[in-house]
Design a protein around this ligand. Structure first.
Ligand SMILES: *Cc1c(COP(=O)(O)O)cnc(C)c1O
Length: 363
């Protein structure tokens, strides 16, 4: 590993290993050939293995950014007589609301930006609301808050509702127990905690959803049942796959399974701890309360710590090979740092050193 390689602290596309980058340099191949079909099949198998319950889950793959996976669930599973309870405590919850609105799906929402999700509020809503689905974000990447999907999943199932989980920025690192909490739809993408290149989105769906999905989708492209059954039948996606991204994803999955989710989770938590302690030591304040922290990404209040503004801070660090990310929290001036990617404790120490040096020059 080059000591001065770029470090990406934006929450994906993250820092990738050299082997993942190299995997894209393949001979040209038509994706309709069986050798490429084998790549696709290995990808879906590895994704199902990553759930920990490969016998319970099926995969639909799309050439898309992660939002495509979330849209695919709304377009494929909620077309008739559905009513969805959407938990909106951050930007990605609000994105779900926007998707539902575009498809004309009846919804209600609970929670406000930055507010912690209280499973009792969800339970109360489900008692009276006749909801068919609950949709929520697991790690709310806009605030760095981890939402309690386990309790919400249990509440949804108690009331006969289906749980849709945007696990975009946690799947691959967070130790999901889908045996105990069988999420019905889990959405994620190639370029976050699985540490691949951007370009593939996927929906892992519980086998008990096949019936619901077979009733037809509102979208042509984002049809989970057609995409899944087509791949099973032909070992091909219906439309052009991002060929080189698939090779990189195959490699990234291999590395994820070799490291193992528990070890990856430990590595992220260790990185997070170093970054957190260093930044707090330099005087920054966290947006989340300690029990809400994701251990994957943190949002900071810059306060008086950045007298020349976030842009100046960002540009300086970028010149030193480190990418920090602006915030999105409305009315609040935050910036974000995540540990998604092929990052290690020495990288975190390098970041803290560089931030310290920067602050000494501007304060
Ligand atoms: C990254 C992310 C998405 C998808 O964003 P894209 O830009 O479409 O890849 C969705 N939800 C969450 C929680 C995310 O972190």
């Amino acid at each position: 590993m080059k000591p001065d390689r770029p470090i990406l602290l934006n929450p994906g596309p993250g820092t990738t290993s050299q082997a993942v980058k190299d995997a894209m340099m393949v001979d040209d191949i038509c994706p309709r050939e069986s050798a490429f079909g084998d790549v696709m099949m290995r990808i879906t198998q590895d994704l199902e293995t990553l759930t920990g319950q490969p016998d319970l889950y099926e995969t639909a793959l799309f050439a898309a950014s992660g939002t495509g996976a979330v849209e695919a669930v709304f377009a494929s599973a909620m077309t008739r007589g559905s009513k969805v309870l959407i938990l909106t405590n951050g930007a990605y919850g609000f994105r779900m609301r926007e998707i539902a609105t575009r498809y004309g799906i009846p919804i209600e929402t609970r929670f406000e930006y930055g507010q912690a999700v209280d499973p009792n509020v969800v339970d109360e809503a489900l008692k009276v609301g006749r909801f068919t689905h609950v949709a929520m974000v697991h790690h709310e990447t806009s605030t760095g808050m981890m939402n309690p999907f386990e309790a919400v999943c249990d509440a949804a199932h108690r009331h006969g509702a289906t749980l849709v989980l945007d696990a975009m920025s946690s799947f691959g690192a967070y130790p999901f127990d889908v045996g105990a909490h069988p999420v019905d739809y889990l959405c994620a993408s190639s370029n976050k905690c699985i540490q691949g290149m951007p370009g593939l989105a996927f929906v892992l769906f519980h086998r008990n959803r096949i019936d619901e999905l077979s009733k037809g989708a509102a979208g042509l492209y984002f049809d989970i049942h057609a995409q899944w059954s087509g791949l099973k039948r032909n070992h091909q996606l219906r439309y052009t796959p991002p060929v080189q991204v698939c090779y990189a994803f195959e490699q990234a999955l291999k590395e994820t399974l070799a490291e193992g989710v528990p070890a990856r989770w430990d590595r992220y938590r260790t990185n997070y701890g170093i970054l957190r302690e260093g930044m707090l030591g330099l005087g920054f304040r966290l947006f989340c309360a300690p029990h809400e922290e994701s251990h994957i990404l943190m949002a900071f209040h810059p306060d008086a710590n950045l007298p020349r503004g976030f842009g100046h801070f960002h540009d300086h660090l970028l010149g030193r090979g480190i990418t920090v990310y602006p915030g999105v929290i409305p009315e609040t001036n935050t910036f974000r740092m995540g540990v998604i990617g092929d990052l290690h404790p020495d990288d975190m120490r390098r970041v803290i050193r560089e931030v310290g040096t920067y602050l000494a020059t501007v304060r």
